[in-house]
Design a protein around this ligand. Structure first.
Ligand code: NAG
Ligand code: NAG
Ligand code: NAG
Ligand code: NAG
Ligand code: NAG
Length: 299
């Protein structure tokens, strides 16, 4: 009996994590076959819809610490990419990881938040789906967005404009709202489009700045939102002083630090440009707090 319980626990641990799955497939005990029979690809019950550079990867990896959460490893870009969307819902399901019925599947594709067609498409799949948005202070996020693009250009030895040139319209000296890194940070505008389809209760806002400095309280709020028992603990999150960042401990043998490319150093941006952007985002931030009921200490 004890052996059996132990066996099932171990099996569960590993299959749930998608580890050693092929090892299990090599054996063929009836018990395993029965167990794995329940192991199916499920459509997500929750989606991290954005925002880009808000910390979507960190959030997904941290939620994956929960035994009842299974993550889609890659950004699937089903709802924001017409070609993928045209492949149909079964294609989407086929991109999902295997999970057990008591588990929930989560995927993240940050482009969903800002893409026009996405809310309606997700609504058609599941009108009661739970939606997670992780945000950071809008000006910091815009610079981080710029930095990622810049690094891509530098890798290809391409020259690139300065942030200041892109973010400020050279003719009017006003904030350039056509610049994507600026537009993405106008959170309230995007959220208003989503609210044409989903009630505000179906959204949960995660503080991306706090997720980096003190992840546990943020993760506990998400557990509650997803109706999951509180399982993620301080044991699962340990601070790595070398990286200056939390690493994840799944169990005694398996831990994981997020890729080093996260947490890049930003270029120095002209202070008057920063101030101009902060002033620009201010009213949109107020609107965002008002809609979501979550207030941040953004400028
Ligand atoms: C699996 O089952 C097949 C046929 O039922 C048998 O020939 C084979 O030896 C079994 N493999 C293992 C690893 O038990
Ligand atoms: C839709 O999402 C809700 C919330 O996660 C979930 O309870 C429900 O089972 C989902 N429905 C379908 C058909 O997947
Ligand atoms: C970029 O430039 C450097 C130095 O000029 C060169 O060593 C490197 O191979 C170049 N990389 C690419 C991708 O062209
Ligand atoms: C901490 O981070 C450093 C640098 O990335 C890495 O080499 C080391 O393995 C990490 N330590 C732990 C315990 O994760
Ligand atoms: C920052 O930008 C303002 C106006 O765009 C300019 O007057 C100022 O000299 C710049 N400051 C620095 C340190 O480059």
């Amino acid at each position: 009996k004890l052996w059996c319980i132990l066996f099932n626990t171990v099996l569960h641990l590993y299959t749930a994590r998608g580890l050693l799955l092929h090892e299990l497939r090599k054996t063929n005990a009836t018990k395993e076959q029965l167990y794995l029979h329940n192991h199916v690809q499920q459509l997500p019950q929750a989606i991290i819809i954005g925002v880009r550079k808000g910390g979507t990867r960190a959030l997904l990896e941290m939620l994956n610490l929960h035994p009842a959460v299974v993550k889609a490893s890659q950004e699937i870009h089903f709802f924001d990419n017409d070609q993928n969307y045209g492949r149909g819902i079964d294609w989407y399901r086929g991109k999902m990881p295997f999970s057990f019925p008591h588990q929930i599947t989560i995927e993240k594709s940050p482009a969903y938040f800002i893409t026009e067609e996405v809310p309606e498409r997700i609504f058609k799949m599941n009108s009661s789906i739970k939606l997670l948005i992780i945000v950071r202070e809008p000006t910091t996020r815009a610079v981080s967005d710029y930095t990622q693009v810049l690094e891509g250009k530098e890798r290809k030895n391409k020259t690139y404009h300065k942030f200041e040139t892109l973010a400020i319209d050279g003719k009017t000296c006003e904030v350039n709202t056509k610049y994507k890194a600026v537009r993405t940070s106008i959170y309230s505008k995007h959220l208003e489009r989503w609210l044409k389809y989903f009630p505000v209760e179906q959204f949960h806002v995660v503080d991306g700045d706090r997720l980096i400095t003190d992840p546990l309280p943020e993760l506990q709020l998400v557990e509650r939102f997803l109706n999951l028992p509180s399982k993620i603990s301080q044991y699962n999150l340990y601070f790595n002083a070398t990286r200056g960042f939390y690493c994840l401990r799944f169990n005694i043998v398996f831990n994981k630090c997020l890729a080093g490319s996260k947490g890049r150093t930003h270029p120095e941006v002209n202070l008057s440009v920063v101030t101009k952007l902060q002033k620009f985002f201010h009213p949109f931030n107020q609107k965002f707090y008002q809609i979501t009921g979550r207030t941040f200490d953004w400028p």
